[in-house]
Write a protein that binds this ligand. Structure first.
Ligand code: PMP
Length: 361
């Protein structure tokens, strides 16, 4: 058997072992082509099948309605911070941004470069420990869009439910919780996500966009940065990240084999509960960052009561084989990322390690 680390990385992060093994098998000879997917033309019949199937599979698996396009882009979620306002924030309009962490701040900053962006709500004063209540969101009926970050990778908070913004287009950065649970896609005008947490390797960015919203995009956008370009060309306007898309397709097949998004969601809840239960039963030895009701099922952020002890905790965890448990460099503390592909056993091992560490100290 292969030795796999207890991988709790925040992204890029764990991929399913089965997917890696299949990719390994197909690496030198993909379906008799005598070459890997990396080596073939993005205009070849073989690649076209990989590409088209991945799009179709995501639509089916995630229950994406007919009137949405799925795009595979590059530049990470960070490029979406720019592309979104470039395409949809027109002169004379305002876009409203909900600030729930560092990534929302970055999205907002880029929008301000290109147009009039305002803050619809912010939980910064509370050190981003919570998601705002729906009635705290201030946006206007004529806004170009309202932007939210569905899961805050660094602070470990997540929207448990999404607001109904009526006729105002709702846009979400779902980089760190896409495909982790069923979502009513029809609530959103657009969803975007870097693939490197729940979908595959880095290098692919998924955009799910409502066709009626896409129609309203500005025409005055550089070709490569226009959503219309990519939608018109089925994400084959230029060379796409072919190998990443192949891997993404394989991850989708794996999710299917797990029983689909609902089954994966149920397991994600169980996985996160293993760790949150240890935190809650620790009598303050461990403290979670997020308030109840805003807790992320993907990134579990916590501190160890005493700073010296926290250093020791992280050092011993590393020694015990846990990788990626340090909090983001901007906030410190500890963070366990428990994305779709992180096995239940990894979460169980961490929960046991945490209990043992507390018992020893
Ligand atoms: N948004 C969120 C919520 C993220 O977690 C990240 C990356 N960790 C980004 C955006 C930036 O993504 P990328 O590195 O793909 O540009």
């Amino acid at each position: 058997t292969v030795k796999r680390a207890y991988n709790l990385n925040a992204g890029p992060s764990a991929l399913p072992l089965e997917v890696l093994q299949k990719a390994q098998e197909e690496l030198v000879d993909f379906k008799g082509a005598g070459m890997s997917v990396m080596e073939m033309s993005h205009r070849s019949k073989e690649y076209d099948e990989v590409h088209t199937e991945a799009i179709a599979r995501l639509k089916k698996l995630y229950n994406i309605p007919e009137n949405y396009e799925v795009l595979f882009l590059q530049g990470g979620a960070s490029l979406q911070f720019t592309m979104l306002p470039m395409n949809f924030l027109k002169e004379g309009q305002t876009a409203s941004y909900v600030q729930t962490g560092s990534w929302s701040e970055k999205a907002f900053k880029e929008a301000k470069v290109l147009g009039n962006a305002v803050i619809a709500a912010s939980t910064k004063e509370n050190n981003y420990k919570n998601i705002p209540a729906f009635d705290e969101l201030n946006y206007n009926a004529d806004d170009a869009y309202v932007h939210i970050t569905s899961n805050n990778t660094i602070f470990g908070t997540e929207w448990a439910e999404f607001p109904d913004t009526g006729d105002v287009p709702l846009v979400a950065d779902m980089s760190s919780d896409i495909l982790s649970k069923p979502v009513d896609i029809s609530k959103f005008a657009m969803i975007y996500a870097g693939a490197q947490k729940n979908l595959g390797p880095s290098g692919v960015t998924v955009v799910i966009i409502r066709k009626e919203f896409l129609e309203t995009a500005s025409e005055n956008v550089p070709t490569i940065l226009s959503y219309k370009t990519h939608a018109d060309k089925n994400s084959l306007y230029n060379t796409p990240p072919t190998f990443g898309i192949y891997m993404l397709g394989e991850v989708l097949k794996w999710v299917e084999a797990q029983g689909g998004v609902e089954a994966v969601a149920k397991r994600n809840e169980e996985k996160a509960a293993l760790i949150y239960d240890v935190i809650d039963a620790s009598n303050g030895f461990y403290t979670g960052h997020a308030v109840e009701g805003s807790r992320s099922l993907m990134n579990i952020t916590f501190r160890v009561a005493d700073e010296e002890l926290e250093k020791q905790f992280l050092a011993e965890a590393k020694e015990a084989g846990f990788v990626g448990l340090n909090g983001h460099r901007s906030v410190g503390g500890c963070r366990a990322s428990t994305y779709n592909a992180v096995p239940y056993e990894t979460c169980q091992a961490l929960a046991n390690f945490m209990k043992d560490f507390q018992a020893k100290h």
